[in-house]
Design a protein around this ligand. Structure first.
Ligand code: GLU
Length: 287
């Protein structure tokens, strides 16, 4: 099977430096493997969406030389696929309606276990739908972070796949679309390492393939905060792409080059690129 990677931003703001690193990292892995690089706009959370940001992210990427091999997939147009996956889980009795609030679950460390609800059903209010999670340890090898293991019941619990408002969760949409787009390796920020076991379990429940995973360290600012929280310090300006692109490549441990155009910079980076030489550890600070 040939390599297929993707970049899947959420339209919650303009492209920031942390996202640029994920975009460049996933692009380099795909191009290095001679594979395809796809885009997916994860616009399934209208309350968190910043108007105009989906269009601005999609317009910014080509300025950094990152051109996808197919038109972007918009999750807002994929409800029928999520509904079908949800119905498949419902038919297999793997999901259940739940009215428990966060505060009601706080006593259990915020974890919902074994399909046991704390709250009683409230027929006049819509429920969230949770996936029943067995006592199972999910193990996988992350290409950068090494062997991972998470006991879903103990560490995560029954998790929401359809929210009270009727929106499908990131976990469900991501799994359905990674399979739909034929993704063979997911390259993304380390903040999503913790979601991976849930996604692998969902893939098994839905009979979908599991891609390889490679989680890049997060870009932190001088105070150790995830960079998206302090974007102003590291602007990403599509009208002047070279400074941010050089910094993104440096973060990914590529040697500096004298290239003076975006195309040349990426070509030289690709020539020097070795996925095994990507940085592993989090806490890698730019400041
Ligand atoms: N949409 C997610 C984000 O922007 C990334 C999802 C993924 O790469 O799986 O954080």
């Amino acid at each position: 099977m040939s390599y297929r990677g993707r970049f899947a931003p959420s339209p919650t703001g303009y492209l920031h430096f942390g996202s640029l690193v994920a975009a460049v990292g996933s692009w380099l892995c795909a191009r290095h493997a001679g594979g395809e690089w796809l885009l997916r706009m994860e616009d399934i959370d209208p309350p968190r969406e910043v108007p105009g940001s989906a269009a601005s992210i999609l317009a910014a990427l080509p300025a950094f030389g990152l051109v996808a091999d197919a038109p972007a997939l918009f999750q807002s147009q994929r409800s029928a696929a999520y509904e079908a996956a949800f119905e498949q889980l419902r038919a297999a009795q793997q999901v259940f309606p739940c009215w428990c609030s966060r505060s009601e679950l706080a006593g259990n460390g915020g974890i919902h276990r074994d399909g046991h609800c704390v709250a009683s059903p409230q027929p006049d209010q819509p429920p969230a739908w949770r996936l029943r999670v067995p006592d199972i340890a999910i193990a996988f090898d992350d290409a950068l972070q090494g062997p991972q293991r998470q006991n879903l019941r103990d560490e995560v619990g029954d998790f929401v796949i359809r929210r009270v408002e009727g929106f499908y969760s990131y976990q469900l949409a991501c799994v359905v679309d990674d399979a739909y787009q034929g993704i063979t390796e997911v390259v993304r920020g380390q903040d999503l390492l913790d979601s991976t076991a849930r996604q692998i379990w969902l893939q098994r429940c839905l009979g979908l393939p599991t891609p390889a995973y490679r989680h890049l360290p997060l870009v932190l600012d001088g105070e150790g905060l995830k960079l998206s929280k302090s974007e102003q310090a590291f602007p990403v300006d599509p009208a002047d792409p070279l400074p941010a692109l050089r910094r993104a490549l440096a973060f990914l441990r590529l040697p500096p080059s004298g290239a003076t155009s975006v195309g040349d910079l990426l070509t030289r980076a690709l020539a020097n690129f070795d996925p095994a030489a990507l940085p592993h550890c989090s806490g890698h600070s730019l400041a």
